[in-house]
Ligand binder design. Structure first.
Ligand SMILES: [Zn+2]
Length: 333
C-alpha cells in the first residue's frame, strides 16, 4: 500500500486547479490526464489533491475535500480502496513499469469504484512504462469507464508513445514565479537561504526543499569542485568520474546542465548575464574563458541527451567518464 503525497495546495497551482474544477462543474472532466512539467514543482502534490477531492463525497465548490467524511479518513490513512498508484517495482530487476502492473487495469472490476464515487489511478512516472505496458494501457484508454480518472505523470511526454499521449488531456503544470517560489520556500527553510536554494534547484521549489533537507547543497559543491578542477586541467577526468559514481544521474545531470547553461550565457559575450548558479559565478567565469563555446553547445546537448535517457539501461560510471573526458577536451585549448 502506498501513502499518497501530501495534498496541501501550492500557490502556483491556482490556475491549473481552477481549470480542473471548472471542467468538473461543467461535467467535462477528462477520463485521462497527462500531467507534465519539470521535476520539483509539485505535480504529485497536485494529482494527490485532485484524487482526494474526487474521492471525498463532500468536497466544496472549490474542490477542497471536507476532511470529515469516511472517504477523507481512508485517504488520510493511505488506505482508500478507489485510489491506485502504479510505478516501477522497487524490488524488480529494472526500473521499468512492467506490463503486469498495467494489465490488472483490464481486469473486469479493476476500474469500478468500491465506494460509489470516483476511481483514481495514477501512473508515475509514466515514461517508465515499457512498450508492452504502454500497449496494455492503450486498451484501457480506448475504452474509458465512466467515473474513472487515469493520471499519467511525466516530465518528458515526448518519451510516451503518441498513441497514449493523444488519448489523454494534457495538463502542463507551471513552475512558480521566482518571488512566489522564494516566498513559499521561506516558510520551510531560513529565509536567507531560500533564494540560493531555489536557484540551485532551477526554480523548482519542492526540489529546492529536498536539496535543503537532504544536505544536497554540500554534495553539489563537491561535484562542482570536481567539474571545475577537470575544466582547469587540474584533475584527471576518470578520477573525478569515480568520485561522482555514488550519485544518481537524475540530479547530477540537472546540475551539470545548469552549469553548462550558465557557461554558455557567460561565453555569449552579453554583459552581465543572469546566472542560475550565481554563487559559483567567479569559477564559472574562469571556466567560460577556457571553453570553446561551439563545443560547449555540443556538450550541453550530450548532457541533455543523457538526461532524457535516464532510467533506461545505462552504465553510470561510463556515462560520467565519457562526459568528463569530453569536458576536459573542450576546456583544454
Ligand atoms: Zn471528505
Amino acid at each position: 500500500m502506498t501513502t499518497p503525497a501530501p495534498d496541501a495546495p501550492l500557490p502556483w497551482h491556482g490556475s491549473c486547479w481552477k481549470m480542473l474544477c471548472a471542467s468538473r462543474t461543467a461535467n467535462r472532466f477528462p477520463h485521462a490526464l497527462l500531467v507534465t512539467g519539470p521535476a520539483g514543482i509539485g505535480k504529485r502534490r497536485l494529482v494527490a489533491r485532485l484524487a482526494h477531492s474526487l474521492l471525498c463525497h463532500a468536497a466544496d465548490s472549490e474542490g477542497t475535500p471536507c476532511g470529515q467524511c469516511h472517504d477523507c479518513d481512508l485517504w488520510t490513512a493511505g488506505n482508500h480502496p478507489d485510489y491506485l498508484e502504479i510505478g516501477p517495482d522497487p524490488e524488480g530487476p529494472s526500473d521499468e513499469i512492467r506490463v503486469d502492473s498495467v494489465r490488472r487495469l483490464a481486469e473486469s472490476d479493476a476500474l469500478t469504484a468500491h465506494r460509489g464515487g470516483y476511481k483514481v489511478i495514477v501512473i508515475d512516472p509514466a515514461q517508465r512504462m515499457n512498450a508492452a505496458a504502454a500497449n496494455s494501457l492503450l486498451k484501457t484508454l480506448e475504452e474509458p469507464s465512466p467515473g474513472t480518472l487515469l493520471c499519467l505523470l511525466c516530465e518528458q511526454p515526448s518519451r510516451l508513445p503518441a498513441t497514449v499521449r493523444s488519448r489523454c488531456q494534457l495538463l502542463p503544470v507551471p513552475a512558480p514565479r521566482e518571488d512566489e517560489g522564494v516566498a513559499w520556500l521561506s516558510r520551510q527553510v531560513p529565509a536567507s537561504e531560500a533564494g540560493k536554494l531555489l536557484s540551485v534547484a532551477a526554480g523548482a521549489p519542492l526540489r529546492a526543499l529536498e536539496v535543503a533537507q537532504t544536505g544536497q547543497l554540500a554534495v553539489r559543491d563537491q561535484i562542482f569542485d570536481g567539474f571545475a578542477a577537470v575544466g582547469h586541467g587540474k584533475r584527471d577526468p576518470l578520477a573525478a568520474a569515480s568520485g561522482w559514481n555514488q550519485y544518481e544521474p537524475a540530479i547530477l545531470l540537472d546540475w551539470l546542465s545548469g552549469w553548462m547553461g550558465d557557461l554558455l550565457r557567460l561565453a555569449s559575450g552579453h554583459p552581465g548575464p543572469r546566472l542560475i548558479n550565481a554563487d559559483k559565478s567567479d569559477v564559472l567565469r574562469s571556466l567560460a574563458g577556457r571553453m570553446d563555446p561551439v563545443a560547449g553547445h555540443g556538450f550541453l546537448r550530450d548532457v541533455l541527451r543523457a538526461k532524457a535517457a535516464e532510467g533506461t539501461t545505462l552504465n553510470r560510471l561510463l556515462l560520467y567518464e565519457s562526459l568528463l573526458v569530453a569536458w576536459m577536451r573542450i576546456t583544454s585549448h
